[in-house]
Design a protein around this ligand. Structure first.
Ligand code: NIG
Ligand code: FE
Length: 393
C-alpha cells in the first residue's frame, strides 16, 4: 500500500501495537497488531507480521490502541460555572432541575466569542482524554436567538448538534409553560433546525412532562430532527417508555427504571445512555448497567459534561465508574464508550477500527485497555489520531 488516500495525504502504518481493541465484530481484540490509515480511514487492521507497506510508519512501542471515544451526550455551550452549587450539594443540598436557570442567565449575557472559546476549550479537553466524536446540545439560551446561536456555535465543532430548547421553562414563561412549549415547537424550532441534527427534551419533574415531550419530539421530527431524550434521572417516570414508543435513537440517564422500562428498551432497540458522572457529581445512586446488559439492552456511556449536574469531560472516568459502580465488565464499558456511543448517534463509521472506519484512534500509555478502569484518574492517553491526523497533545 503505497498509494495516497483520497485526501492526497500519505498513508500511515501504525505498528508495535501491543493490544488493539478494534471493537469490530470480525477482528476483535488483537495482540502484536498494526493498523494502516489512508485518506483519513482505516485501510487495514490485523497482525503486525502481515501488515502491508505504507508511505510512512510509526511504532507505538507495545502500547494499547483503542478507537476514539464517542461521547454522545454533552452540554458544552454555556458561560460561567456552578462550583458553589456543587459545594452545597456535597454538604446536603439535593440537585434539582432549577439550577439550569443560573447557567441560562450567564449564557444569555455572554458574547458569541466567549461561548465559542469556552466550547473550544472543552472540546480540546475532551480530545486530550481520547474523545474524538462529541454530541453537543443547546439548552442554556432558551430564547429563539440564544438557542439558534448556541447551535450555530456548536456546529463549528461537530455535526452532532442537538436542539434542547426544552431544557427547562425559562423564568419569563414561568406563569405559562404552555406558551413556552408553543415557542419551542414553533419559531424556536424553525430557527434552530438548520443548525441541528437532533431534538431533545428534559422529561423530568421540574422540567417537561410526557405530553409536552411528545409534542416537542414530534414537532422536531416533522422538521427533520430525530429525537433523543433526557429521562428517568431524578426519579421514575414516563420518559423511557415514551422514547421506546417513538423509536428514538437514545434515551439518556435511565437511573430509575422499572421492569416495563427495561422490557421496552430491550424490545425497541433504543440505546440506553448511562451518564455516571452525574450520579458521581450529584451523590446519587448509579444506574444498574448490569440489569440492562443482561436484558439485552444496547448501552452507551457518555459524559453529560455540563456546568450543573456533572462537570467532567472524561470518558475514562465514566468507564471506571461503569466498571466499579454499575456492574459492567471493562470490555462492556469500553464498548459502551465507543460503539455504544456511535449507535446512540446512529453512526456506523466511528467507535470501531474495522476497515473503512474513520481513523479516530487513541494510543494509551498502558499495555491494555483494562488500565482505563484499573488506573482511575490517571492520564493514560498518550496520543490521539483524529480523522487520521495526529493531534497535538
Ligand atoms: O443532563 N438533566 C438535564 N440537563 C443536564 C443538567 C443541566 C444543568 O444542571 O445545568 C443533565 O444532567
Ligand atoms: Fe444532559
Amino acid at each position: 500500500m503505497t498509494s495516497t488516500g483520497s485526501t492526497g495525504r500519505p498513508s500511515l502504518l501504525l505498528t508495535g501495537i501491543g493490544e488493539l481493541s478494534t471493537l469490530d465484530p470480525e477482528l476483535g481484540l488483537l495482540h502484536d497488531a498494526a493498523v494502516v490509515v489512508d485518506g483519513g480511514r482505516v485501510a487495514w487492521a490485523g497482525p503486525a507480521n502481515r501488515a502491508p507497506a505504507a508511505d510512512a510508519s510509526h511504532d507505538v512501542g507495545g502500547r494499547a490502541v483503542i478507537p476514539g471515544f464517542v461521547d454522545s451526550h454533552s452540554h458544552l455551550v454555556f458561560a460561567g460555572d456552578r462550583a458553589e452549587e456543587f459545594a452545597a450539594r456535597m454538604t446536603g443540598t439535593p440537585y434539582s432541575a432549577g439550577g439550569i436557570r443560573t447557567t441560562v442567565a450567564a449564557t444569555r449575557a455572554a458574547t458569541d466569542e466567549q461561548l465559542a472559546a469556552n466550547l473550544a476549550r472543552l472540546v480540546a479537553e475532551m480530545q486530550r482524554q481520547g474523545t474524538t466524536t462529541v454530541e453537543v446540545k443547546s439548552g442554556y439560551g432558551l430564547t429563539v436567538h440564544d438557542e439558534a446561536r448556541s447551535l450555530a456555535i456548536a456546529r463549528q465543532v461537530t455535526e452532532e448538534t442537538t436542539f434542547l430548547g426544552a431544557h427547562v421553562v425559562p423564568p419569563e414563561h414561568a406563569d405559562d409553560p404552555a406558551s413556552y412549549v408553543d415557542l419551542v415547537t414553533g419559531p424556536m424550532l424553525e430557527a434552530c433546525a438548520p443548525h441541528a441534527k437532533w431534538v431533545d427534551v428534559f422529561c423530568e419533574r421540574g422540567a417537561f412532562d410526557e405530553d409536552q415531550a411528545r409534542a416537542i419530539l414530534l414537532a422536531g421530527r416533522a422538521k427533520g430532527l430525530e429525537g433523543r431524550l433526557h429521562a428517568n434521572q431524578l426519579g421514575p417516570g414516563p420518559g423511557v417508555g415514551l422514547a421506546c414508543e417513538l423509536g428514538l435513537a437514545a434515551v439518556d440517564h435511565c437511573t430509575y427504571l422499572d421492569d416495563a422500562d427495561v422490557d421496552a428498551l430491550a424490545s425497541s432497540g433504543t440505546t440506553a445512555t448511562l451518564l455516571p458522572g452525574v450520579e458521581f457529581s450529584t451523590r446519587s445512586p448509579y444506574p444498574d448497567a448490569r440489569r440492562l446488559l443482561d436484558a439485552g439492552v444496547h448501552v452507551a456511556l457518555a459524559s453529560d459534561c455540563n456546568p450543573g449536574s456533572c462537570y467532567t469531560s472524561s470518558m475514562p472516568l465514566c468507564i471506571a465508574l461503569g466498571v466499579r459502580e454499575m456492574g459492567m465488565s471493562p470490555a462492556e464499558a469500553l464498548a459502551a464508550a465507543t460503539t455504544g456511543g456511535a449507535r446512540a448517534l446512529r453512526r456506523t463509521d466511528v467507535g470501531h477500527l474495522g476497515v473503512g472506519a474513520v481513523a479516530d484512534l487513541v494510543v494509551l500509555d498502558a499495555p491494555s485497555y483494562l488500565h482505563l478502569a484499573y488506573r482511575p484518574g490517571v492520564p493514560l492517553v498518550r496520543d490521539v489520531l483524529v480523522r487520521g491526523r495526529r493531534s497535538v497533545l
